[in-house]
Design a protein. Structure first.
Length: 101
């Protein structure tokens, strides 16, 4: 289990907060999150993980078990100064999950 302090939890976007808390409670460390939409970093609600290869699959399973509306799971690398940087897991949701908060 990866504990998040209450101040960090309160600062999370409400539409993705329960996903982040649930993943961290399951021992899956999150790197960033966003509830998505206009003015946000992502179009759709998204959680980014920096973990090992299996962590994305574990996150997917946790989200499915909890009924979160997973839309996609992707392993990505950014390119910075012509060099790959990453990888990261992106878990994207079809809608916010405020109803679970």
């Amino acid at each position: 289990m990866v504990s998040l302090d209450p101040k960090t939890v309160k600062a999370l976007d409400p539409g993705i907060r329960q996903v982040v808390v649930s993943l961290n409670d399951a021992g899956i460390q999150t790197a960033e999150s966003c509830e998505g939409g206009e003015g946000h970093a992502y179009e759709k609600p998204t959680v980014v993980l920096t973990g090992a290869t299996a962590d994305g699959w574990r996150a997917f399973a946790v989200c499915l078990d909890l009924g979160f509306p997973v839309q996609s799971l992707a392993r990505t690398w950014d390119i910075e100064n012509d060099e790959p940087r990453g990888p990261w897991w992106h878990v994207t949701f079809s809608s916010t999950v405020e109803m679970f908060a």
